[in-house]
Write a protein that binds this ligand. Structure first.
Ligand SMILES: *[C@@H]1O[C@H](CO)[C@@H](O)[C@H](O)[C@H]1NC(C)=O
Ligand SMILES: *[C@@H]1O[C@H](CO)[C@@H](O)[C@H](O)[C@H]1NC(C)=O
Ligand SMILES: *[C@@H]1O[C@H](CO)[C@@H](O)[C@H](O)[C@H]1NC(C)=O
Ligand SMILES: *[C@@H]1O[C@H](CO)[C@@H](O)[C@H](O)[C@H]1NC(C)=O
Length: 252
């Protein structure tokens, strides 16, 4: 019995800690982040381009953003995928899909965090990407080259697009990303983490999906939003926290 209560108190404390450190926004479902190209609110977009078209029914990106997402050194971020020779089309298609998910998905609310950056007010952190989507991305980039493991920082931008900084040598992807988990978590400063859940589980975000079956990420966002709001309800203020600590002390 004492053991059981101790466990519950521990859960309470963990919940409190999670809420205090993460501070998620209040609105978690059907939202767009406040970033460089996002709409204020999701809405239908009939004209979404190729790989971004799964988000047609409800999207945070405009059609022009979806077209740019398919280009090299586009006006979106002036990002050069071919910084170590040309990236193979098989590899590039994952980066396009990643851009579509980032720009268009209205289901990333549970992982939106405020940031103090010149080009955006919010980012995503630790989105649980389905393990197959991450694994396929890593496999398909085997034969492409890069010079860095964090693609958010440290480039030489003097020419108007990113080039490898001095001293960063080009190597096959696997040199900088020894595992699929390293690729998905490190490349965009932990925007993603690899989930151990599979596509179709309703517990991980799919970068790729067939819109004929609906958008599977809606259910995933609802699941994590509920889990997070339950954690919030555990915060009943410092008096209860003291009580919890006292109980923990008494029972240990
Ligand atoms: C993209 O399209 C949207 C809506 O049509 C418009 O508001 C925005 O200015 C366009 N962006 C660019 C860079 O053309
Ligand atoms: C953001 O960073 C700038 C410069 O580092 C600072 O002056 C500003 O107060 C920060 N804003 C917030 C909201 O933290
Ligand atoms: C940055 O790139 C330019 C050429 O695009 C080069 O001249 C310069 O030396 C580079 N600077 C660094 C610090 O790598
Ligand atoms: C995910 O990992 C946890 C902890 O290692 C494990 O308990 C759980 O069964 C795993 N879930 C799946 C779907 O593999």
């Amino acid at each position: 019995m004492a053991q059981l209560v101790t466990t519950q108190v521990l859960f309470l404390l963990v919940g409190v800690a999670a809420v205090w450190t993460a501070r998620p926004r209040t609105e978690l479902l059907n939202v767009c982040m406040d970033a460089k190209h996002h709409k204020e609110k999701p809405s239908p977009e009939d004209g979404l381009h190729k790989q971004c078209s799964p988000w047609k029914k409800n999207s945070c990106c405009f059609a022009n953003t979806s077209r740019e997402a398919h280009k090299d050194i586009s006006y979106l971020y002036r990002f050069n995928w071919n910084h170590c020779g040309s990236m193979t089309p098989a590899c590039k298609k994952h980066f396009i899909q990643d851009t579509c998910l980032y720009e268009c998905s209205p289901n990333l609310g549970p992982w939106i965090q405020e940031v103090n950056q010149s080009w955006r007010k919010e980012r995503i952190l630790h989105v649980p990407l389905c393990k197959e989507d991450c694994e396929q991305w890593w496999q398909d980039c085997r034969t492409s080259y890069t010079c860095k493991s964090n693609w958010h920082k440290g480039w030489n931008w003097t020419s108007g697009y990113n080039q490898c900084p001095e001293g960063a040598a080009c190597h096959p992807f696997h040199f900088y990303f020894p595992t699929s988990a390293a690729l998905c978590s490190e490349i965009w400063s932990h925007s993603y983490k690899v989930s151990n859940y599979s596509r179709g589980s309703g517990r991980c975000i799919q970068m790729w999906f067939d819109p004929a079956q609906g958008n599977p990420n809606e259910e995933v966002a609802r699941f994590y939003a509920r889990a997070m709001s339950e954690a919030t309800h555990c915060v009943l203020g410092p008096p209860l926290l003291s009580l919890a600590l006292m109980l923990l002390w008494l029972l240990s």
